[in-house]
Design a protein around this ligand. Structure first.
Ligand SMILES: [Zn+2]
Length: 155
């Protein structure tokens, strides 16, 4: 088998190393000394597909077993890509309205043709969700706290 190099080394949102190969994502696993390569396992639960990538991360030296799930479509990849960049932008600049961020990122990803109205709405929800995590909601009832009475000096 000729070694394949048509994969992408990237970082997951949590900063983990991932490999994207034929639209599937793989997590780095153990080092396999007989192949001088690392084993990367498909991130999908219950899937045992593996690729083995050379130590220098330059080529896939072995592909083993097939995926047990439906193939991931280009559309899914694109949706995820836009959603991720939208989430990032949403937290970088709070002054931008979600609709504007979403529009800009869809154009940046060259995804205008692929996005249906429902996709746009889904991505827009990501903005609200990720912002809500950072900005706490104001409490509904502000109680005036007069402080700890034990600290009140004796009169
Ligand atoms: Zn898989």
């Amino acid at each position: 088998m000729a070694h394949r190099t048509d994969f992408l080394l990237s970082n997951s949102q949590r900063g983990r190393e991932i490999v994207i190969f034929e639209n599937n994502k793989f997590h780095k696993c153990n080092y396999v000394s007989s192949l001088c390569a690392f084993r990367w396992r498909c991130v999908q639960k219950m899937c045992n597909a593996n690729v083995y990538i050379s130590e220098d991360s330059k080529s896939i030296v072995k592909i083993s077993s097939t995926h047990t799930h439906d193939p991931v479509t280009d559309k899914q990849i694109l949706l995820e890509k836009v959603a991720n960049s939208v989430k990032r932008k949403a937290l970088d600049d709070f002054s931008n309205p979600p609709a504007k961020i979403v529009r800009t990122e869809i154009i940046n990803a060259d995804a205008v043709q692929s996005f249906a109205e429902s996709d746009v709405m889904n991505v827009r929800r990501c903005v609200y969700r990720s912002r809500r995590k950072v900005v706490p909601r104001l409490p509904k009832n502000l109680k005036y706290n007069s402080g700890n009475s034990e600290n009140v000096p004796p009169s």
